[in-house]
Each structure stands twice: as structure tokens, then as C-alpha cells.
Design a binder for this molecule. Structure first.
Ligand SMILES: Cc1cc2nc3c(=O)[nH]c(=O)nc-3n(C[C@H](O)[C@H](O)[C@H](O)COP(=O)(O)OP(=O)(O)OC[C@H]3O[C@@H](n4cnc5c(N)ncnc54)[C@H](O)[C@@H]3O)c2cc1C
Ligand code: SF4
Length: 501
């Protein structure tokens, strides 16, 4: 048994990495357990072949879907977790996202905290992750001060599209982006291999760059990599975690600390608690509500591309604009539809993965004449959409997408916009039921222990020294990218823990 630590943090992504950043300066002795390794800085970081065709950095783990079929989830185990691969679009939830709301397919629950509670931590999160943006254009922007860094200017082609969108009466606004010194010598190069690629020059504001690597230099922080947390074991009464069972490069070890913070991501945190059964917790740890693993959400996401054979797209970094006009209601005033944002440039190799028999040169020709968008809608927290773990420890992801009609309306609206922007053709591709990119829910937070797993400070209702700080606390998924909210809540929980020390 290894002891002598004050805090164990499991996982180093948006939640765990940020917790480490916020708790390390207290001098508390912290042990970090991370199942992956550091992503090497190498030429392959920016190779579409390596990243997309050979899936160099993606886990090789197999999960099982709701029809019993195995699939390789699109998720990454390494220092910094999925943040190393993110597009760095770092949005605040809208004020309305914290309230109970009617969507086309049913209602979303209110959060136990409101926007104003999280607002100061959003400010801190934006500073920590170098968020660039500008207020004033977005009709859904919640009350806030200026961004810590100015918006990234639009490339010429995108600037033209923004003017056209404005002429149509829409309100395109700058995408809030976490980039370090964009356009400056030695900083972010505003390249076309950002979203889904690790940054070769470490200028993307990810959890490794902003939090884990700086904290690892401190003498009170130990980081074990290739350290897979298998189970959490409690005292006889089942009220406190006493031991973390961890497999370090195949060697089984036991570690202990008075405070345990789980941050494995929504799917893996639920799986860890479900694996941690005992006499006191026969259905999984902290699961007296029966809610562990339930209410999985992932957003409805469709990639769309406008194509025109005579319009070569010369923009390198085109991901700078969002359209939030349909976020709170549809064009006719109906239910909320979701968000539209410019997407990083598609590479021929990426497109070829969808239909492999078309030759690469044809795809390269095609994508050079396309402009890429992501259309995203909220999905509702359904108890039957859930993570389970079978007797062999395999993860089952039972997910049926909902709110499909609202999403289809947004896709149709975007098709109409793309036509009005002068493109001849629209191509659309959806990840559907195996979408794990924006995974959230599974251990929702709330004030009622009968219907939630975590309290509003992300401590489990059932186990007093166990916190879970990652995407799993979301009671609803909203329709903007989730990570800034994970980071802000991590900063809030850390401030609370520091105060309680
Ligand atoms: C390609 C891509 C693009 C994205 N773009 C955006 C974007 O632009 N904006 C945005 O807001 N979000 C984006 N996301 C989503 C964002 O990355 C996630 O919401 C965020 O990283 C979730 O943080 P987390 O802490 O919940 O989990 P993660 O970041 O996934 O971190 C979980 C960590 O736990 C580790 N771990 C898991 N299980 C164990 C275990 N048993 N023992 C030890 N360690 C364990 C993992 O290795 C990982 O390091 C994107 C995701 C992807 C994949
Ligand atoms: S250089 Fe900038 S745009 Fe390119 S991957 Fe790094 S952070 Fe992203």
C-alpha cells in the first residue's frame, strides 16, 4: 500500500488536469493516476494519415453498443485526455441552459446552480485556457465582461461569408477559441490541423499544456502514467474511499489518500464506480439512487460542407465563426434548435474514411473547394441512455439519440443557408449513436440524493471523501461545446476544497 498523499486525482483531462492546476499550489501532496502516457511531440501530430487513417492516438479499446456490436470509441487516453485533440472552442453555457426548458422532444431539467454562480469561474477558466473572443455580436451571450484575449480575425474567405450572413439578417459571432499567442512568433500558427490533432508546437490551450505539465514541476505532485484505476475500495461502513486499486503497467498496486477525485470522463468515471461494487455498494459505488451510468448525453452533431467546383477555399484557419440565431428558438419562434459553428478544414483522408473506394486525389480536389461547418443540437437526458459494465469489465454504451427532429430542422436550415451563400452542393455526415466526443451526464449533480449521484459541489451523496469532477456531472447537455463548463466547475470545486482545508 502506498500512502502519504493528501489527494489522489484520477484522470488528467479537462476536469482532472484543471483540478491539479488549482490544488497543486496549496502544497497538498497529490498523486495523479493517468491511464495513458504523454502524447509525443512528433511529425505525426499533424499528419491526417496518422491521425485519421491509422488512428495513432485513439484508444484501441473496444466498447459495445446497444445492439451488442463492438466498436472502437473515438476517445483518447493520455496526459491531458481528450483536450489534447479538441478544437479548443471554449464556450460558456447560455444563461437559459441552467434553467428547466422545453425542447421539441421533452423538457430538460434545471441545474442546481445558475449561470451567476459559475460566472466568476468562467472568467478564471478563460484566463487559464487563453480564450480569445469578443462580446457584442452573439444574441445568446450571457452577461459577462470582455474576453481576456481578442477574437481571432477571420481569414479572407470566412470574412466574406460573415458579411453575407449578416446581409441575410443573421448574427454571426466570433467563436471563443483557446489558443496560445496566435499568429505570434513561437505561438499558435493558425494551421489547418487543429481540431482532432494534437498541437505539435504545444500552442493549443489543452489541459496538459495549461495545467498538467506546469504542475508536474512542483515537488508535492507525483504523476503516475500508464496507471489504470480499476476499483475504489471503501471502509467497512461504505462511507469513505480508503484505497484505490490501480494497475501500473500491469502491476497491481494499492494507494490511499483522505480525498479522492475521479475525473476519468463521463463514460469511464461511471464505469469505475460501477466496477467498485462491495457489500455496502452492491450496485456500484455511490449508486444508492440507481443513477450511476444513466442520463448519458453526447450532442447531436452533423458535419456539413458547402461545395462549389469553381470556388477554391484558400483559408487555412477557417474555424472562427458561430451562428447562434437558432439556439434559443427556431426561425419561426418554435423550440430551440441548437448551434452552428465553422469547423476546421476537412482533409481528403478524413473524407475517404467515410467512403473508402473514392480515390484520395478526388477527395483532395473536393475538400479544397469546400467550407466546413458543424451543426450541433442538445440531446435530452434519458435514464435508459446509459453506461454499464459487464462481468468481464467491458463497457457497454447504450445510447439512442433523441431530439432528432429539432436537429434535422437545424440541418435543413443550414442547407438553406449554404445554398444562399452560393454553394452548389451540401454534404452532410453524422456520427449518430456512437458519438462520444461530447460525452456527458452519467453521474448527474443535484440536491436530491434520490435522483442524483453528486451534490452541487460534485461530491458523491453516498461517499464523503469522493468527488467526481469531469463531464459526468451535467444534468443536461446544452448545445454548445462542454469543456469550458467542466473547467469552470473544476475551479469552483477546487476553491471550495481549498476553503475547507
Ligand atoms: C476531437 C475532439 C474535439 C473536441 N473539441 C472540443 C471543443 O472544441 N470544445 C469543447 O468544449 N470540447 C471539445 N471536445 C470535448 C472535450 O475534449 C471533452 O468535453 C473534455 O475533454 C472532457 O473532459 P473530462 O475531464 O470529462 O474527460 P477527458 O478529457 O476525456 O479526460 C479523462 C481522463 O481520464 C483518463 N482515464 C480514463 N479512465 C481512467 C482510469 N480508469 N484510470 C486512470 N485514468 C483514466 C483518460 O486517459 C483521460 O486523461 C472535443 C473532443 C474531441 C475528442
Ligand atoms: S498551431 Fe494553433 S491552430 Fe495549429 S494545432 Fe497548434 S493550436 Fe491548433
Amino acid at each position: 500500500m502506498t500512502s502519504g498523499y493528501d489527494i489522489i486525482i484520477i484522470g488528467t483531462g479537462a476536469g482532472g488536469g484543471t483540478m491539479l492546476h488549482a490544488l497543486a499550489p496549496t502544497g497538498a501532496r497529490i498523486l495523479v493516476l493517468e491511464r495513458g502516457e504523454r502524447v509525443p511531440q512528433e511529425a505525426e501530430n499533424w499528419s491526417p494519415e496518422a491521425v485519421w487513417k491509422h488512428r495513432r492516438y485513439q484508444t484501441t479499446e473496444q466498447w459495445i453498443d446497444d445492439e451488442g456490436r463492438q466498436f472502437q470509441p473515438y476517445t483518447h487516453y493520455n496526459l491531458g485526455g481528450n483536450t489534447r485533440f479538441w478544437g479548443s472552442v471554449l464556450y460558456r453555457l447560455r444563461r437559459q441552459d441552467f434553467e428547466a426548458r422545453e425542447l421539441a422532444d421533452g423538457h430538460t431539467p434545471a441545474w442546481p446552480i445558475g449561470y451567476d454562480t459559475l460566472a466568476p469561474f468562467y472568467d478564471e477558466a478563460e484566463r487559464l485556457y487563453h480564450v480569445h473572443g469578443a462580446v457584442g455580436d452573439d444574441p445568446t451571450e450571457p452577461p459577462r465582461g470582455p474576453y481576456p484575449f481578442p477574437a481571432i480575425p477571420h481569414a479572407p474567405g470566412m470574412a466574406g461569408l460573415v458579411a453575407q450572413l449578416r446581409a441575410q439578417g443573421l448574427h454571426p459571432s466570433p467563436l471563443p477559441l483557446g489558443l496560445i499567442r496566435p499568429g505570434e512568433e513561437g505561438g499558435c500558427r493558425l494551421c489547418n490541423t487543429c481540431n482532432s490533432f494534437p498541437c505539435q508546437v504545444r500552442s493549443k490551450s489543452d489541459a496538459d499544456v495549461c495545467c498538467v505539465t506546469p504542475a508536474s514541476a512542483l515537488p508535492n505532485v507525483d504523476i503516475w502514467t500508464s496507471a489504470f484505476a480499476e476499483r475504489l475500495l471503501t471502509n467497512a461502513a461504505g462511507t469513505r474511499v480508503e484505497t484505490v486499486e490501480v494497475s501500473v503497467r500491469g502491476e497491481r498496486r494499492r494507494v490511499s489518500a483522505p480525498l479522492v477525485i475521479v475525473s476519468c470522463g463521463a463514460v469511464n468515471s461511471a464505469a469505475l464506480l460501477l466496477r467498485s461494487t462491495s457489500d455496502r455498494h452492491p450496485n456500484g459505488l455511490a449508486n444508492s439512487s440507481g443513477m450511476v451510468g444513466r442520463h448519458y448525453m453526447a450532442h447531436l452533431a452533423t458535419m456539413m460542407q458547402g461545395f462549389h467546383p469553381m470556388r477554391v477555399n484558400t483559408d487555412v484557419f477557417q474555424k472562427t465563426v458561430a451562428i447562434n440565431d437558432f439556439y434559443l428558438h427556431g426561425p419561426d419562434g418554435g423550440h430551440p434548435l441548437g448551434q452552428i459553428q465553422a469547423q476546421g478544414r476537412t482533409h481528403g483522408v478524413m473524407a475517404q474514411i467515410v467512403v473508402p473506394w473514392i480515390p484520395l486525389w478526388a477527395y483532395d480536389w473536393w475538400v479544397a473547394r469546400g467550407v466546413d461547418w458543424l451543426v450541433m443540437s442538445e440531446d435530452l437526458p434519458k435514464a435508459d441512455n446509459r453506461v454499464t459494465v459487464d462481468s468481464q469489465g467491458r463497457i457497454h454504451l447504450l445510447y439512442r439519440a433523441n431530439n432528432l427532429q429539432a436537429h434535422q430542422r437545424l440541418v435543413n436550415e443550414m442547407k438553406r443557408l449554404i445554398r444562399k451563400l452560393g454553394y452548389w452542393l451540401t454534404v452532410a455526415h453524422s456520427h449518430q449513436n456512437r458519438n462520444t466526443t461530447h460525452q456527458c451526464g452519467t453521474l448527474v449533480f443535484g440536491t436530491d440524493p434520490r435522483t442524483s449521484v453528486l451534490d452541487p459541489m460534485c461530491r458523491t451523496h453516498d461517499v464523503e471523501n469522493l468527488h467526481v469532477v469531469d463531464a459526468s456531472f451535467f444534468p443536461s447537455s446544452a448545445a454548445v461545446n462542454p469543456a469550458l463548463t467542466i473547467i469552470a466547475q473544476a475551479l469552483r470545486v477546487a476553491a471550495h476544497l481549498r476553503q475547507a482545508q
